[in-house]
Design a protein around this ligand. Structure first.
Ligand code: SF4
Ligand code: SF4
Ligand code: FES
Length: 257
C-alpha cells in the first residue's frame, strides 16, 4: 500500500460499499481513501462500483462520476482537467500522477486511489501543500533584475532560452517531492525535488542578476544535499521532467563556482 501519513492514533478501516444501481454489465471497482477530520473517526477505504460504459477515459472522470452520480461527499482537487494546473495530483495504482491525464485503462484490476504519500491529509484525497508552497516562496521564483524599463522585452539568446526547457514546464504538482524518500523524512528542511527544480529554473535564467545569491541560499547540507540521487522524483514526474538532473546541475555549479 502507498505510504499515507495517517492521522495520529488512527488506522485505516473498511469503509462503505456503493453497489451499482445502473444495471451496467461493464463495472469497475474503485477503492478510495476517505477521511474527514470533523468526524473524529478513523480513515476508511470506500468502494464504488462504477459503470464504465458511460465514463470517459481518465481517472479524474471516474472521480467526477462518483461525485456527481454516487457520493457527493468525496473531496479532491481539480481544475484544468488538461494536465496544466497540477491540482489533481494523487496516488493511483501505487504511483503518483495527475488524475486528469492518467488513463484508467492502464490500471489492471481494482482501481486504488489515495492522496499523495506522506503529506498531512486535510480531507479524503486532499494533501496539505502549505510547507511545499512556503519552500517554493523561499527560492523567490521571480526574475530579479536591475533593468527598470518595463515596456521593453528582456531578450535572451536562443541558446540561453533553451536552457529553460525541461524546467519552465513544471506545474508544481508535487508528484516528485512526495515520491522522494529524503523529502518524506526531512520535508521541513530539505527543499525537495519540485522546489529545487524551480530554484534551478531561476539560477540558470540568463536574465536574472541574482545567481550568486540564489546559489548561496540553497547551498545547505539540509536544503540541498539531502538528495541522494535515488531518482524516484524523475520517475514520478507526469510532465516527463528530470528534477534529479536539475539538482545535480545545482550541485555541479556549486562545486565549480
Ligand atoms: S534524486 Fe534526490 S530528489 Fe529525487 S527522489 Fe532521489 S533523493 Fe529525492
Ligand atoms: S518536476 Fe514534475 S513532478 Fe515535480 S512538481 Fe514539477 S511537474 Fe510536478
Ligand atoms: S486538473 Fe489540472 S492538472 Fe489535473
Amino acid at each position: 500500500m502507498v505510504q499515507i501519513r495517517l492521522p495520529e492514533n488512527s488506522k485505516i478501516e473498511k469503509g462503505n460499499y456503493f453497489k451499482d444501481k445502473t444495471g451496467s454489465k461493464n463495472l469497475r471497482k474503485v477503492n478510495v481513501y476517505r477521511w474527514d477530520p470533523s468526524t473524529g473517526k478513523n480513515p476508511r477505504i470506500d468502494t464504488y462500483e462504477v459503470d464504465m460504459d458511460n465514463c470517459p477515459s481518465k481517472v479524474l472522470d471516474i472521480l467526477n462520476k462518483i461525485k456527481n452520480e454516487i457520493d457527493p461527499s468525496i473531496a479532491y482537487r481539480r481544475s484544468c482537467a488538461h494536465g496544466v494546473c497540477g491540482s489533481c495530483a494523487m496516488n493511483m495504482d501505487g504511483k503518483n500522477g495527475l488524475a486528469c491525464t492518467k488513463p484508467h485503462s492502464e490500471i489492471k484490476g481494482d482501481i486504488n486511489i489515495y492522496p499523495l504519500p506522506h503529506l498531512k491529509v486535510l480531507k479524503d484525497l486532499i494533501g496539505d501543500l502549505s510547507t511545499l508552497y512556503k519552500q517554493y516562496e523561499s527560492v523567490e521564483p521571480w526574475l530579479k533584475t536591475s533593468k527598470k524599463n518595463d515596456e521593453k522585452e528582456n531578450l535572451q539568446s536562443k541558446k540561453d532560452r533553451a536552457k529553460l526547457d525541461g524546467l519552465y514546464e513544471c506545474i508544481m504538482c508535487a508528484c516528485c517531492s512526495t515520491s522522494c524518500p529524503s523529502y518524506w523524512w526531512n520535508g521541513e528542511k530539505y527543499l525537495g525535488p519540485a522546489v529545487l527544480l524551480q530554484a534551478y529554473r531561476w539560477i540558470i535564467d540568463s536574465r536574472d542578476e541574482d545567481r550568486k545569491e540564489r546559489l548561496k541560499k540553497v547551498a545547505d547540507e539540509l536544503k540541498l544535499y539531502r538528495c541522494h540521487t535515488i531518482m524516484n522524483c524523475t520517475n514520478a514526474c507526469p510532465k516527463g521532467l528530470n528534477p534529479a538532473k536539475a539538482i545535480a546541475s545545482i550541485k555541479k555549479m556549486l562545486a565549480t563556482s
